[in-house]
Design a binder for this molecule. Structure first.
Ligand code: SF4
Length: 364
């Protein structure tokens, strides 16, 4: 393995120009041959032939894949593009339909922002995505990573794309000892020193691909890495120890009750308040989710009935807490309130996962 003396001298904060040039060239050559082919992506040879990435398709994929894997997210991407072939179609769609189609991807605030963002692009930009990172950042649900990605991939802007994959690769290349999340800012600066302004989109996708396919969290395959000659963590022999992470605090637990009212084979649903978790989504009626076990859960029932408690408590982990739900079920021959929404199996299939678990707990 070769490690230049120059790099050793500058390892703490930056790399020398020649080394940066070599790293960019090596990575892009690898990407041109080995980069992933994804349905929303324009491969380098097609880009060279004049093909341009569709910002709508790229944006959809980026929002969908922020918290899920490519195999899980891709069918949703196809489904959305089929139902809403342009950003204006999406903007004009009924929000409930958009949220329903999102079910299974989690993080519903994203779906609400997706819809809002589409409407802003329709109304303020005549249905065309803005081209600059700064303008993209003004749109709902578009953060620094997504803005940098769209601007680079679709509009060729020299941005600095940093996602979790890039953070991992960069922390290993520079052997950054500071733990995440504090290391986020220095990692971004270091990533910026390597980013290639001439092929910004390809470079960004290349580092992300490197992280997704070779420099993986638990078992980086350094033997086939285009950056193995430049990697300080590999040189040390412990690449998987990076990025360093601060010890995780245990997630707080919240408690609640959910009610499955069944009538004529259908289940009572309610729309959750716009603000808060799963906002605007259909859900089962129930209590608030609080830090203490409910003393009188039946007080939160939508109406009186012979509520039978499921023997099984539902557990569901959200980003910031773990939820424990007691689930109650009752059958009603006549519907106590004719104005409420009752749902059949088809609609129930689109419920957020936590409520599907609740239905399962009472075997529906
Ligand atoms: S050499 Fe190994 S640890 Fe370093 S970037 Fe490549 S795969 Fe990751």
């Amino acid at each position: 393995m070769h490690t230049s003396g120059l790099m050793v001298k500058t390892r703490k904060d930056k790399k020398a120009e020649q080394e940066i040039h070599d790293m960019r060239a090596g990575l892009l050559a690898w990407y041109d041959k080995e980069g992933r082919t994804l349905p929303w992506r324009v491969r380098p040879e097609d880009r060279a032939a004049g093909e341009i990435a569709d910002p709508y398709a790229v944006w959809l994929s980026e929002i969908m894949l922020q918290q899920t894997t490519v195999p899980h997210g891709t069918p949703y991407w196809h489904k959305f593009l089929k139902a809403f072939p342009t950003v204006t179609y999406l903007a004009n769609a009924d929000r409930e339909k958009v949220l329903g189609m999102w079910a299974g991807l989690g993080y519903y605030a994203r779906a609400r922002n997706l819809h809002k963002c589409a409407q802003m692009i329709r109304d303020d930009y005549n249905g065309h995505f803005p081209k600059t990172e700064a303008e993209l950042l003004e749109l709902p649900g578009i953060g620094p990573y997504t803005a940098a990605t769209i601007a680079a991939i679709c509009f060729g802007q020299a941005t600095n794309i940093v996602d979790g994959n890039v953070e991992r690769v960069i922390s290993r290349i520079f052997k950054v000892e500071e733990p995440l999340p504090e290391a986020r800012k220095p990692l971004r600066l270091l990533a910026g020193t390597l980013a290639d302004p001439l092929r910004a989109g390809d470079y960004g996708q290349a580092v992300m691909d490197l992280g997704a396919t070779i420099c993986t969290p638990r078992s980086p395959n350094c033997a086939i890495c285009p950056w193995d000659d430049f990697c300080l963590a590999k040189e040390k022999g412990t690449p998987e120890a990076y990025p360093r992470k601060a010890a995780k605090k245990p997630k707080p637990i919240r408690y609640g009750a959910a009610f499955v009212a069944v009538s004529k084979g259908e289940v009572l649903l309610e729309t959750r308040p716009d603000k808060g978790l799963l906002g605007g989504m259909a859900g089962l009626p129930g209590s608030e989710w609080t830090s203490k076990r409910l003393e009188t859960p039946l007080k939160s029932a939508p109406f009186e009935g012979d509520w039978i408690k499921s023997k099984r408590e539902v557990k569901h982990v959200f980003t910031h807490f773990e939820l424990r739900l007691q689930v109650y079920k009752a059958e009603f021959e006549t519907r106590p309130n004719s104005n409420q929404a009752w749902a059949d199996d088809y609609l129930l299939a689109g419920l957020p996962t936590v409520f599907k678990k609740a239905l399962k707990a009472v075997q529906l």
